[in-house]
Design a binder for this molecule. Sequence first.
Ligand code: SF4
Length: 257
Amino acid sequence: MTDATSTKKRSPRKWLLTQNSDLRRIGVWNWTLPAFVVELPDGSNFNVCPQAGVCAQLCYARVGTYRFKNVRAAHIRNLLLCRDSPEEFEKKMTEELSHRRYEGKWIRLHDSGEFFSDEYLLTWMRIMENSPAVRFYCYTKEISRFKRLVVPSPPANFLWCYSLGGKEDHLIDLGSERHADVFPDIEALISSGYSDQTESDLLSVLGESPLVGIPANRIPMLLKRQGKETFGSLQRARDAKLAAKNSSTKHNLTLVH
Ligand code: SF4
């Protein structure tokens, strides 16, 4: 006689971490959120990338496969879990990371999305501390949040690379702090003295040079928008324009008073 429970099909385990083909090639797992401002199922909007600057108009995660219905729904599910149920998220993620498939592996946080709040970043830091067999890395535009919460006492298994194109670019010391910029092509990044990370995304945090160059994603619409500029140069131009506008507004107000 067959035991009814043994014939019952087990539903497949739902993993929180995924792999795309590029990351699978280098053995990295990935945690993804939606990019920039998203509309949630209750009709509200939420900005997942509070410090996004020019990058928001050049972001590969806002076009192409990231827009597919099932992909987008999975990313929104991830966001709602970590934003609205942080304790459940921390427990589930810590449990998942204790699985042997992650032992000695790297996890990339956010090929899309960002550390949108202090609480969320602190949650990840606790997850890292409680997952010593796993290593973590990310790019981030949350410069002030990192300098306040991570830099003074980073988890031993966490590396990061600041990335240009955000509202806090001016807080990065480009001469000494590891950072990434997105160039129109490989020739442009090499001639600017940056190191190409195309071979492996891990070079962003493990490469010798702290100047990390990323060739732009080959999406025609984004390439056209970026032109010959880098994310960093476009952001500097935007910052300068804003500063000039603010100083002329101040000047006019002084005249009125
Ligand atoms: S911060 Fe990253 S994910 Fe967010 S809009 Fe900018 S490039 Fe896209």
